[in-house]
Ligand binder design. Structure first.
Ligand SMILES: Nc1nc2c(c(=O)[nH]1)N[C@H]1C(S)=C(S)[C@@H](COP(=O)(O)O)O[C@H]1N2
Ligand SMILES: [Mo]
Length: 331
């Protein structure tokens, strides 16, 4: 069942409208500019606009027993949501390649069934679940979140899933559990880059237990009411909307409660660039680039960038988690 209920951090209709008008105007300006440049440069400059013509939404079945939310098609939402085709054709999923276009091609035949998720570590009820059993107790929710990659692009996505907290509560963390460690599938036969040392494999990520228990921390099985495309992390991924996108680990097979702060994949690769917390903080630059603004996926090469919001717009929901911390250390 797909339900829509208010939750902390929900993007309000008032925000959507304001943003939609802004986007619409910008789209017009951008088109005008493209036409101008195309006639000026003989069409050469029209090329960089990212089109996702090769993705057909209908390739991804509706989630069993779930209808796509009618509102996806409402003019109000259509303007603010990133198009399905854009979300599914510009991806970071290094297991399948380093270019944004690689995952949608190379993950086409990725096997997401059968799929086992191990919940273990400092819990009273460890278990290996088949995906279907793992999902069964949960009501699927439809949540519209902002998503911000550390590379300074962003999108707005209607994810389908359930709160991570519900899973952790079912496992009953012991008093020693202080962090949660997630791991992606390790299967070099299916994930060609795992034959290389592009990253330490399997991809792993972590959250502090209170971050993981926060209502915004979401386990995702779909988007736009449909099964999650493989390139977006099927069959099960994490989405933590106030942190940079690399924290939102894909194709999860292990959820482990641990005592100590775990090392994460990107932290192992470059600790100064991708530290554990990695909250979205526009005033704290990445060592190699500013984080003040972001390019919205699908708005075109010449579109104006939009300012990045502190905690990606979720400050009132999550700022309390970091009271007393040095913000510069939190990036
Ligand atoms: N296993 C795994 N998870 C991953 C990644 C990855 O390479 N491997 N990339 C991360 C990064 S950097 C981002 S921005 C998001 C991208 O999610 P999307 O492709 O659905 O937009 O996935 C994150 N999760
Ligand atoms: Mo990212």
């Amino acid at each position: 069942m797909l339900i829509r209920k208010p939750y902390p951090g929900q993007i309000l209709p008032s925000e959507i409208t304001a943003e939609a008008v802004y986007l619409q105007r910008r789209e017009f300006l951008e088109q005008a500019r493209n036409v101008l440049l195309a006639s000026w440069a003989g069409g050469l400059w029209a090329a960089p606009k990212l089109l996702a013509k090769d993705i057909d939404t209908k390739m991804f079945p509706e989630l069993p027993g779930v209808k796509p939310h009618a509102n996806y098609q409402s003019p109000e939402l259509k303007k603010v949501l990133t198009r399905f085709e854009d979300i599914a054709s510009y991806n970071n999923f290094y297991e399948f390649g380093l270019d944004k276009e690689d995952p949608k091609e190379r993950a086409k035949n990725f096997k997401t069934r059968p799929w086992t998720i191990k919940v273990h570590g400092q819990v009273e009820k460890p278990a290996d679940y088949q995906l279907e059993d793992f999902m069964k107790p949960h009501t699927l929710e439809d949540r519209i979140y902002r998503f911000r990659c550390v590379e300074a692009w962003s999108m707005v996505v209607p994810w389908v899933g359930f709160p991570l907290r519900a899973v952790l509560e079912r496992a009953k963390p012991t008093s020693k559990a202080k962090f949660v460690l997630f791991k992606t599938l390790l299967d070099p036969k299916q994930m060609p880059m795992q034959k290389t040392d592009a990253l330490p494999w399997p991809y792993q990520e972590g959250l502090r237990l209170d971050e993981a228990m926060h209502d915004l921390s979401f386990l995702v099985v779909g988007m736009y009411g449909r099964v999650l495309p493989n390139q977006n992390g099927a069959p099960l991924r994490l989405v933590v909307p106030w942190k940079y996108g690399f924290k939102s680990i894909k194709s999860i097979v292990s959820i482990e409660l641990v005592e100590n702060q775990p090392k994460t994949t990107w932290e192992m690769r470059a600790p100064d660039e991708y530290p554990f917390y990695s909250n979205v903080l526009p005033d704290v630059p990445h060592p190699r680039w500013s984080q003040k603004t972001e390019r919205i996926l699908g708005t075109g090469f010449f579109a104006k960038k939009q300012p990045t919001l502190i905690y990606n717009g979720y400050a009132k929901d999550v700022a309390h988690l970091y009271k007393g911390f040095d913000l510069n250390k939190l990036f």
